[in-house]
Write a protein that binds this ligand. Sequence first.
Ligand code: NAD
Ligand code: MLT
Length: 528
Amino acid sequence: MYKILICDGLDESGLKVFRSAEGIEVDMPEGLGADAIKAILPGYDAMIVRSRTKVTADLIAGAERLKVIGRAGTGVDNIDVGAAGERGILVMNTPGANAMAAAEHTLAMMLALARHVPQATASMRNGLWEKKKFLGTELYHQTLGIVGLGRIGSIVAERALSMKMRVLAYDPVIAPEAAKALGVEYVSLDELLAGSDFITLHTPLTEETRRIINRETLAKTKPGVRILNCARGGLIDEEALCESIAKGHAAGAALDVFEKEPPAGSPLLEMERVIFTPHLGASSRQAQENVSLAIASQILDYLQRGLILNAVNFPSISLKDYDRLKPYLLLAERLGSLQGQLCRPVVALHVTYGGADLLDIPAQPLTQSVAKGLLDPILSEKVNLINAPVLLKHRQIELTASTTSQSRGYTGEITVTARGPGKMEFTATGAVFLGREVRLVRLNDYMLEAELQGVNLIIQNLDKPGTIGHIGTTLGNFNVNIADMHLARSRAEDRAIAIIKLDGEAPQEVLEALRSHPSIVSVQQVKL
Ligand code: NAD
Ligand code: MLT
């Protein structure tokens, strides 16, 4: 049974998805504060928030059961994604599900700002008829500067172009060709500031974009510029915006989002030339339905099938890729685990992907799976695909990966090389058989075909007669049953290896007895 806590409410469409799923219990208490959420969170596998709940490191500190935090919306700046990642908690959002709503709201704000609609409404409510006072400006042939040409910025651009506006865009993360294809002029931030009659912000709130509109950038704008923000409050230095409007440089602003929400006491609220809405960008019936459906199905997919979509701290895996990846995720994990038990301590790991199956597959989840396999048997804390790379980094274990077109004839094979101190190095290659069975096909220079599963003894010996007899007799004497056995000879040295799968773990005295034979070089027991 998975328990899901919904903190800030959720549209009925997503609740229906949860209700029709088996083994899911949902709680949606109203208006819980941080302390109350913290107290109950340890009982939940998943939590869903919108922007009200601040998911801090402290809030999730005791949430041992928590596997996933779902953001029913786009911005994840209310979630400490780093802290969640360290605890192995997946963070996912629903990008695009409310993009149309936010874009249309931006256009509504731009038109309302240009024609003083809210001010005129308020004036009429006061019994006035002030035709002259509310002389507006047309958008036709005016220049709109879009900062951030992502999902929402692009929709705003298309619609602004259809109103025959000239559109400039600044976005350092997209290719100029993508802007050109939209019919937008790709410019620098300075060019955008200097050339726009309206400037609209559509970036996430990051260290780079925080207060991107400030005293300095406002000084570079055209006199009479109008600023729109339906993205994130922190993108504008509100004091600087107030100053600019007060001294008559900026002609006005339309704000849906604020540094502090609600913005009680903000001087912006007193300014006649500023219009606002209370973070309504995503508040359309359709957007709420979309985000609710999206987050509910994403969370179900993750909890029940391990499928990851729209995670912000893990690469997304499409359903098609996931089916192909599944056996390789297991193979990668088992190889990591094998290496963690053979090579102690591990200083560095390198993973190589070979074979046609793995050439075009997203390899990062596989690499993270190797890390998980390595750490899981060693650490007492919860290790999963999400936090394994962070935990490796904490231990200063280097993890690198590469892809090669060469293979030993398998359609997909993974090689994990583990380096220890000095010259210690182990190389293990695995492949998937029959689409599901994971096998070790090479260990250092021994060629094998041993199933990577269960308890195994890995015995290296001098290639002399009688050694296998000693192994069989010793195990028999201690009543340890052999389930499977693979032998291989080294091509370089006069040595051989035996990988012996046991029905259960062999006690230490058995390992000592095996080691007592002069031809035995090493005996290691690994649990996979
Ligand atoms: P997106 O990720 O699709 O687009 C963001 C764009 O910003 C990307 O193209 C990125 O390259 C660009 N960008 C990043 N750093 C930049 C920088 N320094 N300068 C210029 N561009 C930069 O995101 P989206 O879905 O379009 O959402 C945009 C914003 O709108 C987010 O902040 C989101 O939280 C917010 N949003 C608000 C509401 C609302 O209710 N008001 C609703 C939905 C989304
Ligand atoms: C978002 O980032 O999705 C918006 O701010 C809307 C919301 O908070 O729901």
